[in-house]
Design a protein around this ligand. Structure first.
Ligand code: NAP
Length: 258
């Protein structure tokens, strides 16, 4: 029997900063107990303290935890998910957000760099997803949101490994839905456009890129972390229980334009 009096526990990978931190804050504001994750334990602990302070200000009941691990390390992933389930509570929600972007043309990309891009942006979601899903299947419910990208369907020179990984992540989202949807688990992807975070810091300083973006994106602006949080929290809520296997583009219309 599911004990509905217990608060929902959400794991957000790659949440020491940027989009992941924003999603964690959005879920915490709704009363989730949130587990932050990243590789750098020191930065992660600072983020945990910061979010706990923000929760106190927001007067939410959500408690903030942290689990430092590398999403590409299968043993570390298994150990972390087991520890969360045993010590914090049953995971109702997983956000596969950890990602890296390397800008290098394909002919300049070493195999190790290609592997790293795929391991972080794609294999990480497979490893964490398959560690969490059996627990959700046993309970007969769960929400998983994979953070894809407009590069799941578009590409730019220099983004070959990233676009390949994000394209495959969209495909993995559909496969998770096909296999786990029957157990009342909803698995969707949110695919952001260009969002202001550390990852896009260099791009923001590139005048010709900014001119291209302002001309191409119907919204005529960069996205903010908050732009991504609403769609993700909706996909974690009962309001989206019949939405499954979908890729939701949060891009100011970028993928609608030619
Ligand atoms: P960010 O500011 O660079 O943050 C990335 C986060 O992921 C950090 O917390 C980082 O911490 C963590 N991380 C990286 N590799 C990890 C690993 N192997 N294991 C665990 N944690 C790891 O990036 P962001 O812009 O917020 O992007 C978040 C997600 O959104 C990514 O999947 C990205 O591809 C996607 N996205 C971003 C944009 C954008 O415009 N910013 C657009 C579309 C999609 P550590 O380095 O300490 O591990």
């Amino acid at each position: 029997m599911i004990d509905d009096s217990r608060p929902s526990v959400a794991l957000v990978t790659g949440s020491s900063r940027g989009i992941g931190y924003g999603i964690a804050r959005g879920l915490a504001a709704q009363g989730y107990h949130v587990v932050l994750n990243a590789r750098d334990g020191e930065q992660l602990d600072a983020s945990r303290r910061r979010l706990a302070d923000e929760c106190a200000e927001m007067e939410t009941s959500g408690v903030i935890y942290s689990q430092p691990f590398d999403v590409t390390d299968p043993d570390a992933v298994r150990a972390a998910v087991s520890a969360i389930e045993a010590e914090i509570g049953p995971l109702s929600t997983l956000i596969n957000n950890a990602g890296i972007m390397m800008r290098r043309e394909l002919t300049q990309t070493a195999l190790e760099q290609w592997d790293q891009a795929l391991r972080t942006n794609l294999t990480g979601a497979f490893l964490v997803g398959t560690a969490v899903a059996p627990h959700m299947i046993a309970r007969g419910r769960g929400k998983i949101v994979n953070i894809a990208s407009v590069q799941s369907v578009l590409s730019r020179a220099g983004l070959g490994s990233y676009a390949a990984a994000k394209g495959a992540l969209a495909s993995l989202t559909r496969s998770m839905c096909v296999e786990w949807g029957q157990h009342n688990i909803q698995i969707n992807a949110v695919a952001p456009g260009y969002i202001l975070t550390d990852m896009t810091d260099q791009l923001r300083r590139d005048a010709s890129f900014c001119a291209w973006l302002m001309n191409r994106a119907p919204a005529r602006r960069w996205g903010t972390v908050e732009d991504v949080v609403g769609p993700v929290t909706w996909l974690c809520s009962p309001q989206s229980d019949f939405v499954n296997g979908q890729i939701v583009y949060v891009d100011g219309g970028l993928t609608a334009a030619v």
